[in-house]
Ligand binder design. Structure first.
Ligand code: DAT
Length: 187
């Protein structure tokens, strides 16, 4: 039965600038998973209802996005990169990684990215107030959520190695199901 176990689906979330795309890019080099960057899909396929000029962000058409992701998620082996996590069904993910970055480092990254003052303050405040972390904890079982710091390249590499180790362990667990519900507390 374990030979037919599906690969897990992993969500990488965190305040913009925390390193989601960097983590996904590194994982892509090492894991044969399918990778989905929500912002890119939303823009490319126009899965949005409106664009907020002040916050420079799209109001996502969540139903259309989720419809698109349903198939790959059912197959397993997806890494999804998005800053928030609350609108995904809980069953989607066996691991939810919340990246965290120190505020001074995040300030530099978002300034470099050219964020306007409102967007910069909104995101720095969200990181200080642990908005994404709280949302992940509210939306997923505790054993599925892991918080990892992403301040330095060394941390990034260590995080990636931990995620890969977790995948190996997850796949080696002969739990006799298809991996739908019980990502174990391994990281
Ligand atoms: P996100 O996708 O969360 O918005 P990103 O992956 O685009 O963030 O990274 C934003 C910037 O920060 C980019 O210039 C790379 C850098 N960065 C991200 N994580 C890092 C880390 N752990 N160490 C050093 N730089 C990092």
């Amino acid at each position: 039965m374990s030979t037919e176990k599906k690969l897990p689906n992993i969500l990488i979330c965190g305040t913009p600038g925390c390193g989601k795309t960097q983590h996904a890019a590194r994982l892509k080099e090492l894991l044969e998973f399918q990778f989905f960057n929500v912002s890119e899909i939303v823009k490319e396929k126009q899965y949005y209802e409106s664009f907020d000029e002040v916050y420079q962000s799209y109001l996502i058409d969540e139903d259309r996005l989720l419809d698109e992701l349903e198939g790959p998620i059912a197959e397993g082996g997806c890494v999804i990169d998005h800053h928030t996590c609350d609108f995904f069904p809980e069953r989607f993910f066996q691991l939810v990684v919340v990246l965290r970055t120190n505020n001074d480092i995040l300030f530099d990254r978002l300034t470099e990215r050219g964020y306007n003052e409102i967007k910069l303050q909104e995101n720095l405040s969200a990181e200080i107030m642990e908005v994404v972390k709280s949302s992940a904890e509210d939306s997923y079982a505790p054993e599925v959520v892991v918080e990892l710091t992403s301040n330095t390249p060394e941390e990034l590499e260590a995080n990636v190695q931990r995620i890969i180790q977790w995948v190996g362990l997850y796949m080696s667990q002969d739990d006799g199901d298809d991996g739908d519900d019980d990502g174990d507390d391994v990281l």
